[in-house]
Design a protein around this ligand. Sequence first.
Ligand SMILES: Cc1cc2nc3c(=O)[nH]c(=O)nc-3n(C[C@H](O)[C@H](O)[C@H](O)COP(=O)(O)OP(=O)(O)OC[C@H]3O[C@@H](n4cnc5c(N)ncnc54)[C@H](O)[C@@H]3O)c2cc1C
Ligand SMILES: Cc1cc2nc3c(=O)[nH]c(=O)nc-3n(C[C@H](O)[C@H](O)[C@H](O)COP(=O)(O)O)c2cc1C
Length: 752
Amino acid sequence: MDEQFRVICVGGGPGGLFASLLLKKAFPRWDIKVFERNRADDTFGFGVVFSDETLGNLKEADPESFVLICEQFAHWDEIDVFHKGKQIRTGGHGFSGLERKRLLQILQGRCAEVGVDLHFEVEMNEDGLSEADLVLICDGVNSGLRAEGAEHFKPSLDWRPNRFVWMGSTMSFDAFTFYFKENEHGLWRVHAYQYVEGKSTFIVETTEEAWKRAGLENATEDENIAYCEALFEEELEGHPLLKNRSLWRQFPTVTNERWHWGNRVLMGDAAHTAHFSIGSGTKLAMEDGIDLRDALLEAESIEEGLALYQEKRKPVVESLQRAAQVSLEWFEDTERHFHRAEPEEFTFSLLTRSLRITHENLRLRDPDYITGMDKWFYERAVAEKDRKEGEVPPPLFTPFTVRDLTLDNRVVMSPMCMYSAKDGVPDDFHLVHLGSRASGGAGLIFTEMTNVSAEGRISPGCTGIYNDEQEAAWARIVTYVHQHSSSRIAIQLGHAGPKGSTKRLWEGMDEPLESGNWPLLAASAVPYSPINQTPKAMDMADMDRVTEEYVDAARRAVRAGFDMVEVHMAHGYLLASFVSPLTNQRTDEFGGSLDNRMRFPLRVFTAVRDVLPQGMPMSVRVSATDWAEGGNDGDDAVAIARMLQEAGCDLVDVSTGQTVKEQNPKYGRLYQTPFSDRIRNEVGIATLTVGGVMSYSDVNSILMAGRADLCMIARGHLYDPYWTRHAAVALGYSPDWPEQYKSLDRFNFRFD
Ligand SMILES: Cc1cc2nc3c(=O)[nH]c(=O)nc-3n(C[C@H](O)[C@H](O)[C@H](O)COP(=O)(O)OP(=O)(O)OC[C@H]3O[C@@H](n4cnc5c(N)ncnc54)[C@H](O)[C@@H]3O)c2cc1C
Ligand SMILES: Cc1cc2nc3c(=O)[nH]c(=O)nc-3n(C[C@H](O)[C@H](O)[C@H](O)COP(=O)(O)O)c2cc1C
């Protein structure tokens, strides 16, 4: 595009200036004007942070400003976390702090050098844009031009509940510092970092409730400073806090469906925001400029370039926004971790809060920290007399004990229906399927959902444990697992309820059988979908009978030698149909409130618990959210877990959804782990997490951060029955091959 285009950039923040600078360099003939309503050296805020990676991108884009930035910044590698009087320092993080004012001066200088025309103290509006061929909308988070074009951009502003105030300090922090401090009003979080010798950013954040209790609703800047100085007197060591529009604010997460309209393009905070706890707002704003330049260089017209820019840039930004969202939620829910966790777990949870940074990443950054944390985790989990000498395993290989059951490691093969049984009897397929997973090293393997009656099966291919033949077949498999592996084996007991009498998965998931359907039971006469049968709403006699079936199945499971029993209360099956208000429409004492809806599932739980040996643990799988309007959500899951805990449940197996057909789940890596984290830390009960647990490092991170006690892998075990042994090799830990396979150890044989 060689024409002499006229470009107007509205807003002279880092986003607008950097984009203008890069465009001018790429298209020297273009006439580029920046309009900024403030004076050149006015600026809100103190310092900004860049990671080493961001600096690399800036260097490539404009080496000259990179050199100037590097001359100015304060670089540090450490993060300090202060929790309940303990300071924990970790290294290798690689950040740089820079005064925002200096950054703007550098970018203004570079713009002037390359010929960008800068205009200060001009409030730009629609009238000034008519002559422009391209308009860069870089007017920040409260963008006026975005609002003008709202019907095209379709913006959404999610105002988060926490309150924060941005202040400065003359204190020199030698690490990125997080303080957590509780007073009579609540818990206060501080994010502090030095951006130039003797000057630091000091952001104080708290909940809306604490902010109100502290009487800060209408506080002036001076009152804010006074409150925070008094609260952090000890930490500030006599240094004052500095103000610069230091009023309490709420953070808006900004997204836009479209980033361009005609010749206008949204950039920086006008297009998207990322919470300050991941320190990426300025980075994102500046990197937008790099991608816009590249898109325009590739395109043949402005419109095509803007479309290309959105196509390439938006997914990258959205991915970072997802990480920022998890991070900001961690700071909204800090109370959950603050009170229960020890400083070590609290710090690890903080460092890995976005779920992007893992145990393995931290090992690379600071090996000594991870070595110390592995030891801390091991010693906390295993009594001194049971520890192996000189050996500190990673969390994944740290044993777990519940009642009389000790698991060798924390990997669990999640229950998976195989639809391959005849008349409910597990056969050679199940022996090899489960046996090979046990040989593969998982600490615990689960049977598929095994049904307590023939009518309780999902499909004709589902296993059961309601007659002697089935019991004997299960005993054979359990014996194999116990004789040929160190895995333990649990049975998941279920009754399909309204989702029963359907085809095998590969013949048509949840579709009724062509012929030979059997009648269904549920809490209410609500079919799972329009094509499914309408179940019978259970009466008392049905409930008594089904409870007895569970009890009989549990007795058989004990006789077959299983190490643990799980009752399935998730995924819309029989017991789940009572738990969810979407499927339970009863008006008797089994419907209505959550207490009532849990009455029958708890009755079944207690009846099963009563026939298990004292030392045998019991778990329950729950759907922690229905992912549907009007259904159960995270708050209900916490209440359900409390009821289960009171009833004597040892472990909550935290799954989600599949309650109703019209669900709207958010799948992805570790998509259910936040629910496990919440239940474990709010209720104080051990949890199993499942769903998108992708890597060995995910497992180590989840366990060390206290997000779960055990990690379940389902599809990963279909792909690789030897998942756990391969994890050991990858982690440099002894895979402890079975006797028959020890040749692998002896010759130090490696497959790469
Ligand atoms: C508490 C807090 C801490 C933060 N910490 C960090 C951090 O450590 N690291 C980091 O990278 N980011 C941080 N950020 C985010 C960062 O400040 C922004 O993401 C970044 O400034 C976005 O750049 P921008 O150019 O898009 O917008 P801005 O920097 O907001 O610039 C927009 C400019 O447009 C001007 N303007 C608006 N309307 C008009 C108009 N009509 N005419 C002319 N001019 C106009 C404004 O005056 C302003 O100068 C933080 C944000 C907050 C709230
Ligand atoms: C083929 C298959 C069968 C499944 N059967 C069951 C089951 O019987 N009981 C159950 O609770 N979950 C069942 N699930 C769900 C898994 O246990 C697990 O929660 C889910 O697959 C997410 O874990 P993943 O991401 O590791 O695969 C099944 C999943 C698959 C893929």
